[in-house]
Design a protein around this ligand. Structure first.
Ligand code: SF4
Ligand code: F3S
Length: 104
């Protein structure tokens, strides 16, 4: 599966949702997640993210992100159409520790 990681938080560009063939992105207040059981591993979303916030879970150290994606994909609504990024997306892009600072 692919998962959304830290740098999506407070950016939420949403370019990713337009290309997903199985509509497995879910939208929270300031982040999107991928449902790990619905993702078919096609990889087309990864290069679409301007914040470089999508990764294959074959990369080491992403276990907690897989669990976070799974947890919130079960409760957040699906998103299939692009919308405006967060107002501070450009300033926040690349900031460290966005999960502890901004996740809600
Ligand atoms: Fe959707 Fe493919 Fe990205 Fe998985 S890898 S979230 S199926 S676009
Ligand atoms: Fe987030 Fe990147 Fe999609 S910032 S909303 S994963 S395009």
């Amino acid at each position: 599966t692919y998962v959304v990681i830290d740098n999506c938080i407070a950016c939420k560009y949403t370019d990713c949702v337009e290309v997903c063939p199985v509509d497995c992105f879910y939208e929270g207040e300031n982040m999107l997640v991928i449902h790990p059981d619905e993702c078919i591993d096609c990889g087309v979303c990864e290069p679409e993210c301007p914040a470089d916030a999508i990764r294959p879970d074959t990369e080491p150290g992403l276990e907690s992100w897989v669990e976070l994606n799974r947890k919130y994909a079960e409760v957040w609504p699906v998103i299939t159409q692009r919308s405006d990024p967060m107002p501070e997306a450009e300033e926040r892009d690349g900031e460290a520790d966005k999960l502890s600072k901004y996740f809600s």
